[in-house]
Design a protein. Structure first.
Lengths: 327, 500, 89
């Protein structure tokens, strides 16, 4: 039994904001709910954007996906700003300890030359991939509709900037802060045939116009494939070949990947469940970008891990597509 | 191998600047398509100076620390019924304006900086915008959370975002930010980062938040100052933007000057609402609007424009007008709301004797001469049971959208009217500043969603004003509006305080 | 010359920072307002890491200043050792 001290004159007049009460009833609401639902302006915009006069400032028409309620994209993590930075601050503190330990013990010196060269060739160039991912999630933030999905895309965009910076720091650890590893990795990104397919694909995402299609291309297809190759298979390969300490430097990304996969899958599932039209669009987009990505990644996956690597990654993507109902 | 130590500037450059690359497979202009249409010339993005060199890990760490402190105070505030500690129930009405009028602008800032954070071709500028974008999201969300407790005990907070999109006086702030966001990306930055954040937001946040502290409002002062700790970064971005644009190409100078002129005026009009909050809605006064204007615009802005003179930038047009306006705007704005208090989503009142004396003291040149007699007459009418509400709907300025109630500054008894004809239609303005802005871009301002026009055209329900308030605005008529005297807010307050 | 300024939240940590600022900028004016401390100086003002560390008796990162900063005026230059505000640099 709970005992309530009644101070009758201090009874609240209402438990939450009216828009939250309309959605969930007049009962105490969570901070996520109050900070998320109906926060974005919906109507009576004063001027058309000079840069896109065919649209309103906030416009549902910037994607072909249609939703009855754009706030259906509830984030399973329920991140509002405070919850998000709190979670990432814990993760970065852990990462900071890992990086400090790694540097203090000179663990980079224990990596063989082959491993070191491999990291510069395969891991460090991912900072550029993450940079494109940053822009692509900012795209959804800027042109998407409804706070539920746009705030989550912003958090992901900022995560990607952070991850690009972690990859850069791995380069700096390997080159003793001279920046040479970063230069070498960038040369690979710009010139090495292994990377050109992926670089071309990243550039293609940056000119893709439909923000939800871009979400499928980046956050589902590319991230699923690259994540599986790098954080599962390459990580395992490093562990078996004397590079196990590197896992300390990618722990942040491992944890991030688990966290945001839950969100990406929830978004896809919600959009697909909304209508057959949505499902068809998502299926087409996923197939289109899966084909492009498989082709782009194939030389890289083969060189980094061997013949079967890409198949494995594709299998995981299939599984996620099936789970969302868009295979 | 002994690693050399990196200083913060080199480290930031290595971790940020070098992430982007020259495209080989797509046209870069397709990826960043909005950089040229405003006529701004960028010759070299790499000349961009990062004002602060905050990497994401440091960002998460410091921001999480701020949030932890902030939410600890929100929790304590709610648990201890902190709303009982405010100076006077009238104070809560300033917060209603804040949540319905200002917080949605924080949201628009989040959106606007996401747009520029995606669109600028230079990685340094882009990332600075992205960080501001997420900060601004923080601001709107912490404000919603700070007000959440007030919403449980006072009327007028409950439908803030619905109201922002519709209510007549809220189109003033809404159109301000819609204007900036619908402009090109460089104008947006000059408008918001420079003219608003650097030159004017101190006036909104610093004295007003200090006022919140002085009126016993822990929740607001805490979010206010915590938000301001991000604002220091935003202001610095604003100054860097201006310097960068001016240094890139001399052809940018007149364009930037025009934007500074426009956005300074747009901003001062928006702040007339803050002026009235400071002079009339804070029961315990910290400083007058006039004093705040002198410290935060005339003095600080004076230093700034002196510094920018070397680029050929001068003080904003009509800055001299604002020197006169600071004596008048707060009084005229509160008078407008007192007249239309039946249609406002917050309560109005006549200043107390003590407050009238304070205003007389702070505005020796104008208050006794022009404004005190009005309030004394209003009080007399109220005492005689003849509280006067203006039953009509006000005509709005076609630029700033404030009801046409501001006067000529050289003759405060004469309402200022300016007008122009465009495509055979006549448009009305409150001032030369608003007139000039319209005339420079009429195709834009003829689009304005003017709430009063919209009501007359039947786009907001009706037929009567009360129907609009109740059905279209979703106000609780009789609770949210009218004078504080006799309102449910006042009755509850008296019950809490044990006053009969 | 023109004034540069910064304002800090009025709390315990700020008191040490203000002490350090006063030591490094003898001509500053410090003004206490409700919940905030406003510090201004002609032309230039500097917050030095070493001095703050001395006052605090612990390591202090210049970026920590942002936890308490309310506003500032002037051109900012921030590095590992100090944050300075100036006009006409
Ligand atoms: Fe803000
Ligand atoms: Fe800001
Ligand atoms: Zn106007």
């Amino acid at each position: 039994m709970t005992i309530e001290i009644k101070t009758s004159t201090l009874e609240p007049v209402r438990q939450t904001y009216a828009n939250i009460a309309r959605r969930f009833g007049d009962k105490p609401a969570t901070r996520y709910q109050e900070a998320t639902y109906d926060v974005q302006a919906e109507t009576n915009f004063h001027y058309r954007p000079l840069w896109q006069p065919q649209h309103e400032l906030n416009d549902k028409g910037r994607t072909a996906i249609q939703m009855e309620d754009w706030y259906a994209f509830r984030d399973p993590r329920q991140y509002y700003y405070g919850a998000y930075v709190g979670q990432r601050a814990r993760m970065q503190e852990n990462a900071e300890n890992n990086y400090a330990f790694f540097e203090k013990r000179n663990l980079a010196d224990r990596l063989g030359d082959g491993i070191r060269a491999g990291l510069i060739r395969f891991l460090v160039p991912l900072r550029h991939v993450e940079h494109a991912a940053n822009l692509n999630n900012m795209y959804g933030t800027a042109y998407g509709y409804g706070t539920a999905i746009t705030q989550a895309m912003l958090y992901d965009g900022m995560d990607r900037l952070g991850i690009a910076q972690y990859f850069s720091r791995i380069g700096l650890i390997l080159d003793g802060n001279s920046g040479e590893a970063l230069i070498e990795a960038k040369r690979a990104w710009m010139e090495d045939p292994l990377w050109q397919g992926l670089r071309a694909l990243c550039e293609e995402t940056l000119v893709t116009r439909d923000w939800f299609e871009l979400f499928v291309a980046q956050d589902l297809v590319l991230d699923s494939l690259i994540g599986q190759l790098v954080y599962d298979q390459y990580d395992a390969w490093l562990a078996d070949n004397g590079g196990q300490d590197v896992a300390m430097l990618t722990e942040f990304m491992q944890e991030w990947r688990k966290d945001r996969t839950r969100w990406v899958d929830a978004v896809l599932k919600t959009a697909a469940a909304e209508s057959d039209d949505n499902r068809a669009l998502l299926r087409d987009w996923a197939a289109k970008w899966r084909g492009k990505a498989a082709e782009a990644l194939s030389p890289l996956a083969r060189e980094m891990l061997g013949e079967e690597a890409l198949e494995q990654a594709l299998a995981e993507l299939e599984k996620r597509m099936a789970k969302a109902g868009i295979n | 191998m002994a690693a050399k130590k990196l200083n913060i500037k080199d480290k930031y450059r290595l971790l940020t600047r070098d992430l982007d690359w020259e495209f080989s497979y797509q046209d870069r202009k397709e990826a960043f398509p909005y950089e040229e249409f405003e006529g701004i010339k960028i010759t070299d993005w790499s000349k961009w100076e990062d004002p602060f060199r905050l990497t994401m890990d440091a960002y998460w760490k410091y921001q999480a620390e701020k949030e932890k402190k902030l939410y600890a105070i929100f929790d304590a505030f709610a648990q201890n019924n902190g709303h009982l500690n405010i100076s006077d129930p009238r104070y809560a009405n300033a917060l209603k304006i804040f949540l319905t009028g200002v917080s949605p602008l924080e949201y628009q800032a989040f959106q606007g900086f996401a747009h520029t954070g995606r669109q600028f071709g230079g990685v340094g500028a882009r990332i600075a915008c992205q960080m501001q974008s997420i900060d601004e999201l923080r601001h709107v969300q912490t404000q919603i959370h700070a007000m959440s407790h007030y919403n449980k005990f006072f009327d007028g907070f409950q439908d803030w975002s619905h109201m922002h999109d519709r209510v007549w006086y809220l189109s003033v702030p809404k159109s301000f930010f819609d204007d900036a966001r619908s402009a090109g990306p460089f104008e947006y930055l000059v408008a918001i980062s420079f003219s608003f954040e650097y030159v004017l937001t101190n006036l909104l946040f610093v004295p007003f938040m200090s006022g919140a502290a002085y009126n016993g409002d822990m929740a607001t002062v805490t979010f206010g100052f915590s938000a301001q700790s991000d604002e220091a970064r935003h202001m610095t971005l604003g100054l860097e933007v201006i310097k960068f644009l001016l240094e890139q190409h001399e052809d940018n100078v007149p364009i930037v000057q025009k934007w500074i002129d426009k956005w300074f005026w747009r901003g001062t009009r928006l702040l007339s609402i803050v002026a009235m909050m400071m002079d009339y809605m804070l029961p315990n006064k910290v400083m007058s609007w006039k004093e705040a204007w002198e410290v935060y615009f005339e003095e600080a802005g004076g230093s700034l424009f002196k510094d920018l003179a070397r680029y050929g930038i001068r003080m904003p047009k009509y800055a001299e007008t604002t020197e006169k306006e600071k004596e008048h705007v707060s009084h005229q704005a509160w008078w407008i709301f007192y007249n239309y208090g039946q249609a406002a989503g917050f309560h109005t009142w006549i200043p107390t004797d003590k407050e009238l004396d304070w205003l007389s003291e702070k505005y020796p040149e104008t208050f006794d001469k022009y404004y005190r007699p009005r309030w004394e007459l209003a009080r007399q009418m109220e005492a005689e049971g003849k509280r006067f509400y203006n039953p009509g709907l006000p005509q709005l300025c076609n630029c700033c959208q404030i009801p046409m109630g501001f006067t000529e500054m050289d003759d405060p008894t004469q309402i200022a009217y300016r007008q122009t004809v465009y495509n055979g239609e006549r448009y009305h303005f409150c001032s030369d500043g608003c007139h000039d802005i319209f005339v420079d871009e009429p195709e834009k301002y003829v689009q304005s969603w003017l709430p009063v026009h919209q009501i007359f055209q039947g786009n907001c329900g009706g037929p009567g004003v009360e129907d609009v308030l109740r059905d279209y605005y979703r106000m609780n008529v009789g609770a949210d509006n009218l004078d504080i005297k006799g309102s449910p807010d006042e009755q509850r307050w008296n019950a809490w305080k044990g006053v009969a | 010359m023109s004034k540069v300024y910064l304002a800090l939240q009025d709390n315990d940590l700020s008191r040490y920072i203000v002490e350090a600022i006063e030591e490094d900028n003898p001509s500053v004016t410090v003004n206490y307002q409700p919940a905030m401390i406003r510090i201004e100086n002609e032309g230039r003002l500097v917050v030095r890491r070493e001095t703050v560390e001395e006052k605090l008796g612990r390591d202090w990162d210049v970026q920590e200043l942002h936890l308490n900063l309310i506003t500032l005026g002037g051109n900012v230059d921030e590095d590992d050792d100090e944050l300075s505000l100036s006009w006409n640099r």
